[in-house]
Write a protein that binds this ligand. Sequence first.
Ligand SMILES: C[S@@+](CC[C@H](N)C(=O)[O-])C[C@H]1O[C@@H](n2cnc3c(N)ncnc32)[C@H](O)[C@@H]1O
Length: 204
Amino acid sequence: MNKSLEDTFGNIDIYLFDQLLKGRFDQCKNVLDVGCGGGRNLIYFLRNGLEVFGIDQNEENIEAVKKLSQRFSQSNALNNFVVAKAEEIPFRDDVFDLVICNAVVHFAKDKDHFDAMLKSIWRVLKPNGFLFIRLASSIGIEDLVKPIGNGRYLLPDGSQRFLVDEKVLLDYTKELKGELFEPIKTTNVQSLRCMTTWCLRKKV
Ligand SMILES: C[S@@+](CC[C@H](N)C(=O)[O-])C[C@H]1O[C@@H](n2cnc3c(N)ncnc32)[C@H](O)[C@@H]1O
């Protein structure tokens, strides 16, 4: 392993890394990670002087991400990291240049919950801001997933998730008045589950 690459990016999601390589977020001054976990996707941003924020419903994760923040950027305020729900983000409207939400919204308990998370995320995004979401989908494994009610499915890997398809994502893109800054891309993990990357920009 090239140590300097690991130092710079940490264990970043590969599709987020792809967007960084494309320079998509070069002008962003702040970033919010919704459902940030331990903050693996925030190391690059902390190291590069963005103002970094994170929320997660799990208190231990917020404590962990605060430690990570201290390690990589002494100037980043620790009260930027808050125990909170994605559906009730405790920040003002239109404040973030970039919002990341990686492997979170597919834990929605039903369509209303999914909708509430998306609308809450969209609310805090600035006009022209970027939204990077990765979520489980049925794209490519439609015949292998079993509906269990409320928009949730049993996947071949044994997990249960709220699943979207391409039409749902495109309908939301239109309803939110967003535009795709990358085509919708899906990784099929040996027909056990599919993870889709949905990249939206908020039109002015
Ligand atoms: C699979 S982990 C992903 C963590 C991180 N985004 C990453 O890519 O490493 C899912 C995270 O979402 C958080 N989470 C799930 N539902 C949430 C919700 N409704 N609001 C806030 N956090 C949530 C969990 O506590 C957990 O940290």
